[in-house]
Ligand binder design. Structure first.
Ligand code: ADP
Length: 588
C-alpha cells in the first residue's frame, strides 16, 4: 500500500521532478537545507529571546545581564544572516542547474524526433515547452524546498515557543490555522485551467512574432498589418486576462491571513488580561515573546498557504515539458542497427504503401528499382508523391507496408548515420544556418579544407558571386540566408552536394531557381557529379531530365509510365503530353 502510494507519487510530475532533482543536485540542496534549518532555529530563537530582552529592561535585578543578552542577540542575527546567504546561493545554483539539465535533455530528445513530428508541431509550442517548462521546474522545486524545509521548520519552532510561553493563548492560534487552510482550497480551484489557457496564449504570441519575422514580405504586400495586429493584441490581452485572474486568486490568501492574524492578536491581548489560568502570572517578557512568535509566524504561514497555488501554476508547464520528454517517436532506429554496407547503391521500393496521416495514402503499392550508378528522373503533376519517395529513401518516414532497400538492405534495419552518410540531397528550399558562407558549405563535409570548399563552390558556379560578397567566403548569410537570392542559395546547396560527394544523389527541383544560363552551367557540373552515382532527379522543367537513363511518370502515388526518353515519346501517353506542352510551339 505505502509502496504503491510512493510509486504513484513518483510517477506524478511533482514527485518525479523532486526525486530526479534531489538525486542529481543532492548536495547543493543538502547544504541549502542545512542552512534553512539554521534560519528556522535562529528565527524561533529570536522570538524566544524576547522574554529575556523585555525582562532585562523591566526588572532591575536582571540589568547586569544586558550585555550578555545583547551579545546573544547579535550572535543570533549574525547566524541567521550567514545561513540565509548560504541558503540563497545554494538554492539558486541548484535551480539554475535544473534549468540547464532540463533544457539539455529536452533538446537532445527533440533532435531525435522524426521529420514528421516537426511537420505536425508548431515551433512556438516547442519554444514554449523548452523555455517555460524548465523555468517552471526550477520555480516548483524552489518553492517546495523552501516551504517544506525552511517555512515549515520555522513555523514548528515558533509554535513551540508560543506553547512554551503561553500554552492557553496558543490554543486560540490553532483555531486560526485551519480557517486559513480552508480558504486556500477555494483558491486552488480553477488555477490549473486558467494556467493552461495562459500557456496557449503565450505560445500564440511567439507564433505571431515568428510569422511576422518569416512572412514580413507577404504581410506588407497583402497589407495584413491590421490582421496581424488583431491577432497579436488578442493573444496579449488573453495573457493579461489570465495573469490577472491568477493574481486575483493569489492575492486573496495574504489579506485573509493578515485579517486572521489581527483578530488573533486582539484576542491574545484581551485573554491575557483575563488571567483565566489562575496560576503563575504571565510576565511581560513571556507575553512579548509569545506575540513576537505569533507575528513572526505570519510570513512563513502566508507562504505555506500560497504554496499550493504556486505549485499548481508551475505544474502545467512542467507537465507539458515532461510530455515532450516522454513521447516516443515512431521513427526510431532499430535496437541494434546494422551499418549500411558500402555497395553500388541500388535503391528498391518493394510493395511500398505510405500515407502521412491515417487512411489517406500518398504512395500506393509501389514497386520501383533505381539502378545503381544511373540517373532516374521523376516527373509528373505536383502532389503526385515524388518528394515523398525521397522522404522514404532518406528514412524521414517508414512505409506503412512494404520495404525500401539499398543494395538489398532494408532501411528499417540500418543506422540513421550510415544511411544518411551515403546520401546527398538538394531540396526545393535551401536551408542556410545563420553563419558564414564557408561554414554553411563545410557542413556538407566537416573537416573539408578551405581549398576543397572553394573547389566545390567553383564547380557549382557559386564562386563568382561569393567573391563579390562584402567579405567573400567569410560573409554572414543572415537568418536562413536572408542576404542571398534564391538562385544563389540554390547554388550553395549544389556546392554542398558536390562537396559531400556521396554515393546516392537526390535532387528535388535542384535548379528551379536558376536562370537558363546558370542552369546550363550548373547542369554541366551536376552531370559530372552524377557519373557513377545513383541519382534521382525530380524536375518540372523537362529540359533538365531529358538525358536521364530512365524517366518515371508519377501520378497519384503510382508510377504510370517508365522508360527512356525515346520509349516514352513513342508510347504516346502522359509523358508525351507533358513533353508536347513544354516543347511544342503553339500551333505547330
Ligand atoms: P510531389 O513531390 O509529387 O509534388 P509530394 O510527395 O510532395 O508530391 O506530396 C504528395 C502528397 O502528400 C500531397 O497530396 C501532399 O499534400 C501530401 N503531403 C506532403 N507532405 C506532407 C506532410 N508532411 N503531411 C501530410 N501530407 C503531406
Amino acid at each position: 500500500m505505502i509502496k504503491e502510494t510512493l510509486a504513484n507519487w513518483r510517477s506524478s510530475h511533482l514527485g518525479r521532478l523532486l526525486s530526479e532533482s534531489l538525486r542529481k543536485q543532492g548536495w547543493l540542496y543538502g547544504v541549502a537545507m542545512v542552512a534553512m534549518i539554521v534560519v528556522a532555529a535562529t528565527t524561533a530563537g529570536t522570538a524566544w529571546m524576547m522574554e529575556n530582552i523585555v525582562n532585562a529592561m523591566t526588572t532591575p535585578e536582571m540589568k547586569s545581564q544586558v550585555y550578555l543578552i545583547a551579545a546573544a542577540v547579535v550572535g543570533l542575527f549574525l547566524s541567521k544572516a550567514v545561513a540565509s546567504y548560504i541558503q540563497s546561493i545554494f538554492l539558486a545554483r541548484a535551480g539554475n542547474r535544473i534549468i540547464a539539465v532540463q533544457q539539455e535533455r529536452l533538446y537532445n530528445k527533440l533532435l531525435k524526433r522524426g521529420v514528421g513530428f516537426f511537420a505536425e508541431t508548431e515551433s512556438s509550442n516547442l519554444l514554449m515547452r523548452v523555455t517555460h517548462g524548465a523555468q517552471a521546474a526550477r520555480r516548483l522545486i524552489d518553492v517546495m524546498v523552501t516551504s517544506f524545509v525552511r517555512d515549515a521548520l520555522t513555523l514548528v519552532g515558533l509554535i513551540f515557543v508560543m506553547i512554551y510561553q503561553e500554552p492557553v493563548l496558543s490554543i486560540l492560534f490553532f483555531f486560526v490555522g485551519p480557517v486559513a487552510l480552508l480558504s486556500v482550497r477555494y483558491i486552488l480551484k480553477g488555477v490549473r485551467s486558467i494556467m493552461q489557457s495562459e500557456m496557449k496564449a503565450l505560445s500564440e504570441i511567439i507564433k505571431v512574432l515568428q510569422e511576422t519575422s518569416a512572412g514580413i514580405r507577404v504581410i506588407k504586400v497583402f497589407a495584413l498589418e491590421d490582421n496581424m495586429t488583431d491577432r497579436m493584441n488578442g493573444a496579449i490581452r488573453s495573457v493579461e486576462k489570465r495573469a490577472n485572474s491568477i493574481s486575483r486568486l493569489q492575492s486573496i490568501a495574504s489579506p485573509l491571513m493578515e485579517l486572521l492574524a489581527g483578530v488573533a492578536i486582539a484576542g491574545v491581548l484581551i485573554i491575557s488580561t483575563l488571567d483565566i489560568t489562575g496560576g503563575e502570572p504571565t510576565s511581560a517578557g513571556q507575553l512579548m515573546s509569545f506575540i513576537t512568535a505569533l507575528l513572526m509566524a505570519y510570513e512563513p504561514a502566508k507562504r505555506l498557504s500560497k504554496m499550493r497555488v504556486v505549485i499548481e501554476t508551475a505544474l502545467v508547464p512542467v507537465g507539458m515539458m515532461f510530455e515532450l520528454l516522454d513521447q516516443e517517436d515512431p521513427m526510431v532506429e532499430s535496437v541494434n542497427p546494422e551499418k549500411l554496407k558500402s555497395g553500388p547503391g541500388e535503391i528498391r521500393l518493394n510493395n511500398v504503401t505510405f500515407g502521412y496521416q491515417g487512411e489517406q495514402k500518398v504512395i500506393r503499392d509501389m514497386n520501383l528499382t533505381f539502378e545503381a550508378g544511373k540517373t532516374t528522373a521523376l516527373v509528373g503533376q505536383s502532389g503526385g508523391g515524388k518528394s515523398t519517395i525521397f522522404g522514404l529513401i532518406m528514412r524521414f518516414y517508414d512505409p506503412d507496408q512494404g520495404k525500401v532497400e539499398i543494395d538489398g538492405q532494408n532501411l528499417v534495419d540500418v543506422s540513421f548515420a550510415s544511411l544518411r552518410r551515403k546520401i546527398s540531397y538538394v531540396g526545393q528550399d535551401t536551408f542556410l544556418f545563420s553563419t558564414t558562407v564557408m561554414e554553411n558549405l563545410r557542413f556538407a563535409r566537416p573537416g573539408a579544407t578551405d581549398e576543397e570548399v572553394i573547389e566545390a563552390a567553383k564547380a557549382a558556379h557559386a564562386d563568382v558571386f561569393i567573391s563579390q560578397l562584402p567579405n567573400g567566403y567569410d560573409t554572414q548569410v543572415g537568418e536562413n540566408g536572408a542576404f542571398l537570392s534564391g538562385g544563389q542559395k540554390q547554388r550553395l546547396a549544389i556546392a554542398r552536394a558536390i562537396l559531400r560527394n556521396a554515393e546516392i544523389l537526390l535532387l528535388d527541383e535542384a535548379t528551379s531557381a536558376l536562370d537558363a544560363e546558370s542552369e546550363a552551367l550548373v547542369k554541366a557540373a551536376l552531370d559530372k557529379l552524377t557519373e557513377n552515382v545513383t541519382t534521382i532527379v525530380i524536375a518540372h522543367r523537362l529540359s533538365t531530365v531529358l538525358q536521364a537513363d530512365t524517366i518515371m511518370v508519377v501520378q497519384d502515388g503510382e508510377v504510370i509510365e517508365q522508360g527512356n526518353l525515346d520509349a516514352l515519346i513513342e508510347h504516346n501517353g502522359t509523358f508525351r503530353q507533358l513533353f508536347d506542352q513544354q516543347f511544342k510551339l503553339p500551333g505547330s
